[in-house]
Design a protein around this ligand. Structure first.
Ligand code: NAP
Length: 292
């Protein structure tokens, strides 16, 4: 865990990029952080919060001296951002810079990277921190976000070993435990454990919106409702992009869940308490086993 870089460039200085920068600065893993993104307002805010030391509104200019480019923009913006990074690195003849991302699905990001980073193949290391909150923007960032949380890297056989090593060590300095995984497997696992739960939360709140007693539903919302729907406060743009980027694995999981709901519906309709008990007991045992 000794890697130390001179110039970190963070593109997208919100919750994920901002927290990575704060954590790495705190650990002494980088000397200077330059930010880039979409609006100058966000970059100014990130600078005020000491997330970045300086910023560029032009992404191609921001990356020219970077040792590591950390891309933490919504998945739908990745193609455009990757093109600008490639242009900037090429113009500066900076073919050694390592590029990594934090996008929540990995197969499509890898396809984009392979298509766009032809000038410096092997320097892109796909990644995904399994950490976050329902809040976004620079003000939501904090240095401890990644402490003891997992980060999954999904390198391919073409990724340079030294690039994987650098990204691994920097994430470790940010407090994370790093694992590597095949991108296809990553997308299936995350569809089940993160993407489906978010769709359930969004869908649950949405389906209650138009019922007559909505005021009372929210006024008397108990712990269970709050626990299950907390993540429905997450950023809609980010979640639209995740759904569209990981479409098939999420559809497969939704189908499983629909079948499960149908089964529970039928059991209840038939007054089949035995079936309900069986399902609830199994679900409790499974959750207790994996969370305790
Ligand atoms: P966020 O707080 O909303 O930050 C996103 C950042 O990207 C903002 O600085 C935003 O700038 C910038 N941005 C948006 N559109 C852009 C564009 N077209 N070009 C350049 N910059 C753009 O989001 P986040 O939660 O950090 O998520 C960032 C990435 O991390 C996403 O890919 C997400 O899938 C992934 N991720 C999120 C979580 C989570 O729990 N939040 C967890 C793991 C991974 P403006 O303010 O100017 O729009």
């Amino acid at each position: 865990m000794t890697a130390r870089i001179k110039n970190l460039c963070v593109i997208g200085t919100g919750l994920i990029g901002g927290s990575f920068s704060l954590a790495l600065k705190q650990a002494g893993g980088c000397e200077k952080v330059i930010g880039a993104g979409r609006s100058e307002e966000t970059l100014q805010k990130a600078q005020q919060l000491n997330i970045i030391d300086s910023y560029e509104t032009d992404i191609s200019a921001a990356v020219k001296d970077a040792d590591l480019v950390f891309v933490s923009v919504p998945l739908g913006a990745m193609a455009d951002v990757f093109e600008k990074i490639a242009t900037g690195l090429k113009q500066a003849a900076n073919e050694k810079a390592v590029i990594t991302d934090a996008g929540s699905s990995k197969q499509q990001v890898l396809q984009l990277a392979e298509k766009i980073f032809t000038f410096n193949p092997g320097r892109f290391v796909a990644g995904h921190p399994i950490a976050g909150t329902e809040n976004s923007g620079p003000a939501a960032a904090f240095a401890e976000l990644y402490n003891n949380r997992r980060v999954i890297l999904t390198p391919t056989e073409k990724t340079d070993d030294d690039a994987i090593r650098l990204v691994t060590e920097l994430w470790q300095q940010a407090g994370a435990d790093v694992e590597t995984m095949d991108a296809e497997h990553h997308d299936k696992v995350l569809a089940a454990t993160s993407h489906l739960p978010h769709l359930i939360a969004f869908g649950l709140v949405h389906c209650l919106e138009n019922i007559d007693d909505i005021e009372d539903v929210f006024r008397f919302a108990a712990g269970g409702f709050r626990d299950v729907t907390r993540i429905a406060s997450s950023d809609p743009t980010m979640w639209r992009d995740i759904c569209l980027n990981n479409q098939q694995p999420i559809l497969d999981m939704m189908k499983r869940y629909k079948d499960e709901l149908d089964m529970l519906y039928n059991a209840l309709d038939a007054g089949d308490g035995e079936k309900l008990m069986e399902v609830f007991q199994h679900a409790k045992q499974t959750r207790d086993k994996f969370t305790h």
